[in-house]
Write a protein that binds this ligand. Structure first.
Ligand code: SF4
Ligand code: SF4
Length: 486
């Protein structure tokens, strides 16, 4: 059919800057809406055109970009000046738009597994543990930036194999950290009840972030190199016995375990100690052996759809953008039943009108003529939907939100063990990185030099390994040398 107006086959939504996935130079890019999808279209003068799917849900995408917005919160301290331009100045530089809701502390390169998928490229062959002095200076850097860090996640490699692991937890506890997490594969927790008991002595304000990729063998073998379901179950039995708050962390790969989301949520509900599940779509950095960009990549909107299709408790309105970085984060809350009914979960739409959640508080008619109450509701909603919470503060935030709503007849008892959260956390890689979005990254990692916090997304591209840092230096050498701007 002729097209006399010579219309583009898409709607132009926005212009931005992105990265060429081959040379990692910044390039001009457009976000376009085409056939119900949002595409990042970028062109490198040397390596040509790339088109990357950002979302398969235009309505949700626009909600993230146009409604779930809040003024960015800044760190107390910037670590670098502006010299080469984003993303080559990390960081945190003064152009960054969000403080660290989660601060990562990697204490070792060593691991007791060697997963085919590992952004840190860890394994038994890597023997370097960070020294206590180095770790103290990295912790000081976290506190300098955040003053009272909301969440610090001790990570690796596998952090529990560090010979001074408990000294490191003590060093964390000496600082004004609100919530401490240990990011672990669970092998040591499975092997030793006394180890789990000792971990539990750090509660409250302490949580295990347990790698858990599904209930079947093939995905465990593909992602972790061996069958680990029994190990994870033993770890969970030990954690259940000591009553230690745990979040399951699932690496999701299209065609491998994305059909298991509902079963994983059902499994999570069956343990009292589990406070929720975080789904992280696999991304193309680090060691990533079975990953095929065309076949295995998943966007946040695709994961969101799978959650409400596979876990019937949740409606689409329950899974809403996290406003500090809505491109990369979505979250749903539910309340567990009392006593023996702990496996029954009631999502937030049972208590809050769906339009308040999904359309954003601005559109709700509940508060017409009462702007001050509307503002209170907006603050409470945005404060609740944040990754800066552990289970205790999440239950307080949820209680505050429910108290703001006139139609909530019975606010349930919200002790921290009755709150269940489902989170989607998507990191940006060389394909999806967009300089508008990465500036809002709120997961920051302490650089081993103890001098800088770096957005996790750029750390894995430019700052982690010597060869990445060498490539960054090469890119920087090709840039005009500007005086450092404060
Ligand atoms: S990602 Fe953030 S910290 Fe890094 S250069 Fe860009 S604005 Fe600065
Ligand atoms: S993904 Fe975790 S468990 Fe696997 S090798 Fe890397 S650090 Fe170890």
């Amino acid at each position: 059919m002729s097209n006399p107006r010579r219309e583009r086959p898409y709607l132009f939504y926005n212009a931005t800057r992105a990265l060429c996935s081959t040379c990692l130079q910044t390039v001009d890019a457009k976000e376009v809406i085409e056939d119900g999808k949002v595409i990042l279209q970028k062109r490198c003068l040397e390596h040509g055109l790339e088109r990357v799917l950002l979302s398969d849900d235009v309505e949700y995408f626009r909600l993230c970009r146009e409604v779930f917005l809040k003024p960015p919160e800044q760190p107390a301290h910037y670590n670098t000046g502006i010299r080469y331009g984003c993303p080559y100045d990390c960081g945190i530089c003064p152009d960054h738009e969000q403080h660290g809701c989660v601060s990562l502390l990697e204490i070792t390169d060593h691991c007791n597994l060697e997963c085919p998928t590992c952004f840190a490229q860890s394994g038994p062959h890597r023997q370097t543990h960070r020294s206590m002095d180095q770790i103290e200076s990295m912790l000081d850097c976290i506190v300098r930036n955040e003053t009272e860090p909301d969440v610090v996640q001790v990570s690796g490699g596998e952090p529990t194999v560090h010979p001074q692991f408990f000294e490191i937890l003590d060093a964390c506890r000496r600082r004004p950290i609100r919530h401490l997490m240990v990011n672990t594969n669970g092998v040591k927790i499975a092997a030793s009840k006394p180890f789990a008991q000792r971990l539990a002595s750090y509660a409250p304000g302490f949580e295990i972030y347990l790698q858990f990729d599904g209930l079947r063998a093939p995905e465990s073998v593909a992602l972790r190199g061996k069958e680990l379901f029994d190990t994870k179950k033993r770890a969970l039995e030990n954690l259940e016995e000591v009553g230690l708050s745990t979040t399951l962390v699932v690496t999701l790969m299209r065609g491998l375990n994305d059909d298991q989301i509902g079963e994983i949520i059902a499994f999570a509900k069956s343990y009292r100690c589990i406070r929720g599940v975080t789904f992280q779509p696999v991304y193309d950095e680090g060691r990533n052996t079975p990953f095929d960009l065309e076949k295995n990549r998943l966007t946040l909107s695709e994961v969101r759809r799978r959650i409400y299709e596979q876990a019937p408790e949740f409606l689409p309105e329950d899974i809403i953008p996290v406003p500090c970085h809505s491109d990369s984060l979505a979250m749903a809350y539910a309340v567990r039943g009392e006593g023996e009914n702990y496996q029954d979960i009631a999502p937030l739409t049972r208590f809050v009108p769906p339009e308040v959640l999904l359309q954003g508080p601005e559109n709700t008619i509940l508060y017409e003529g009462k702007p001050e109450l509307l503002k209170q509701l907006q603050d409470a909603l945005f404060n609740t939907f944040s990754t800066a919470h552990g289970p205790e503060s999440a239950s307080t935030a949820l209680g505050n939100l429910l108290c703001c709503l006139p139609r909530v007849e019975a606010v349930p008892d919200l002790s921290y063990d009755r709150v269940f959260r489902v989170v989607i956390m998507q990191f940006l890689d060389r394909h999806s990185m967009d300089l508008r979005s990465v500036r809002k990254s709120c997961v920051h990692i302490a650089s081993p030099d103890g001098k800088r916090m770096i957005p996790f997304d750029t750390f894995n591209l430019f700052y982690r390994e010597p060869e990445q840092r060498a490539r960054l230096e090469e890119i920087r050498r090709g840039k005009p040398s500007l005086p450092i701007a404060p």
